[in-house]
Design a protein around this ligand. Structure first.
Ligand SMILES: Nc1ncnc2c1ncn2[C@@H]1O[C@H](COP(=O)(O)OP(=O)(O)OP(=O)(O)O)[C@@H](O)[C@H]1O
Ligand SMILES: [Mg+2]
Length: 279
């Protein structure tokens, strides 16, 4: 224990408090975003709740990554407002935001030859100088174990496979211990086992009281693990509700411009979504 820790502790950084399940962790209210002169998000309303896994789905170009970046306060909005932990996103400092939301970007551009463990440890930076700095080693080890990357701890990040890198990037976001997790296609590069693993981690984090938003293209995964699904279509929310209610063949067929069949899993009843194919 560093005896000077109290002296080193930052004075003006507001630490997040745990909130009850069901309370609003982040919110988009009438959000509009224009990029390259085109509207990309239009009047988007979305509430992200503590204790909930929210799947953000929709076709390529629908605006999912843009909405996630707006919720993360990484992208300014042109109209409406983003609120994180009850306060307008623009009114938090970068350090305070880093304690409140962790982001897994769609493509992790990190190509430096840092050892995997150091990459995961970067997630702990926001807690430096706070009482919870003491948890760093435990949290880093737990995040690596959960994502099954402990075996690569000393290897250079740049020497890993695509799926291995994706899991390390997720471990880094998990290690940040923020109560709002914003994950952009966390399963895109992963094999079957690790897709399930990642969604189970999302459920565990939600059970522990965090709010989780995951952009997913696999509608079956979304239906199996998410409490709520928001389908984006052309920058607008097409539907918002429990997957079993909103994933209908008619809606998905129209949004994806691809006929689909939706039927309940024979054992679990969870909706299965498959493209309509010729016999
Ligand atoms: N910097 C930019 N300038 C202009 N247009 C942009 C920019 N970034 C994104 N767009 C456009 O905004 C729309 C939404 O992009 P976004 O990345 O949010 O889609 P997405 O739903 O995440 O798609 P995907 O499933 O392919 O990841 C797309 O039509 C995209 O071409
Ligand atoms: Mg995207």
């Amino acid at each position: 224990m560093n005896p000077f820790k109290a002296l080193l502790a930052p004075r003006r950084r507001e630490l997040p408090f745990p909130v009850p399940a069901g309370s609003t962790a982040a919110e988009a209210a009438g959000v509009g975003v224009r990029l390259g002169g085109r509207p990309v998000l239009d009047s988007v309303d979305l509430t992200v709740r503590a204790g909930e896994v929210l799947a953000l789905v929709g076709p390529n170009g629908a605006g999912k990554s843009t909405l996630l970046a707006a919720l993360a306060a990484d992208l300014p909005v042109d109209s409406g407002e983003i609120r994180v932990d009850g306060r307008s996103a623009t009114r938090w400092t970068a350090a305070e935001l880093a304690l409140r939301r962790a982001v897994l970007p769609q493509s992790a551009a990190l190509a430096f030859p840092f050892p995997v463990e150091d990459v995961v440890r970067m997630g702990r930076a926001p807690w430096a100088g706070t009482a919870r700095e003491d948890e760093d080693d435990t949290v880093v080890a737990a995040a690596m174990a959960a994502t099954e990357v402990t075996g690569f701890a000393t290897r250079p990040f740049s020497a890993l496979s695509g799926g291995e890198r994706a899991r390390v990037a997720l471990a880094r976001a998990l290690a940040q211990s923020a109560p709002l997790l914003l994950l952009d296609e966390p399963t895109a590069a992963l094999d079957l086992r690790h897709q399930e693993l990642v969604l189970r981690i999302c459920r565990e984090r939600a059970a522990a009281g965090d709010a989780v938003v995951a952009v997913l293209h696999d509608l079956g995964l979304a239906a199996a693990y998410a409490d709520r699904a928001v389908v984006l279509h052309g920058g607008r929310v097409a539907v918002d509700g429990p997957p079993a209610e909103v994933f209908t063949g008619a809606l998905l067929g129209e949004v994806y411009r691809q006929p689909v069949e939706v039927f309940p899993h024979p054992r679990t009843g969870v909706p299965l979504v498959v493209p309509k194919r010729l016999a």
